[in-house]
Write a protein that binds this ligand. Sequence first.
Ligand SMILES: [Zn+2]
Ligand SMILES: [Zn+2]
Ligand SMILES: [Zn+2]
Length: 180
Amino acid sequence: MIDRLEECPCLCHRGFNLKHCVACCQTCPVCHKNISSQHFEAHSRCHQRDLEQLILKKVEPRIRLAWSQDTASPNCQKIWSRKNPALGQCAVTALLVQDLLGGELIRTEVSGYGSHYYNRLPSGDTADLTAEQFPPVTHIPPGEPRDREYVLNSPGAVAARTKERYELLKNRYATVRPGQ
Ligand SMILES: [Zn+2]
Ligand SMILES: [Zn+2]
Ligand SMILES: [Zn+2]
């Protein structure tokens, strides 16, 4: 019912050659329906979770390609290899995911490994692109939100050169193309 109200009733979709100054609707990237402009924001909110998954599916392979030894945290660089590319990439990856999808940065402590960052997306879903760096049985407890300032500039972040590594990851992300 609501869907029908949201769908654009404009005659331009029925072959009439109308010219609009302001677009009558936008096409939803999830359901591919033409949604009237005044309903689009609310409609997208309902589809937030699907939208996030669409975006994640697109950006994840590129983030993986952008990971390298020099974007890993300094104490992981010695043992970093392509076999476990997510190793030591958690803070910089969480920052990049926040750039791309919004939401919050979550910090937790993983027993035996120390500080670990992941994302809480605007829908409330969790995205942890670097969880695979730990053995499969590892328990990752729920964490607490941290603002970007903390993740980039806290004394721990300065020691780990997080800002510098994040810039490196971001630049590499912008240039990698999956399939290379
Ligand atoms: Zn129209
Ligand atoms: Zn329309
Ligand atoms: Zn839709």
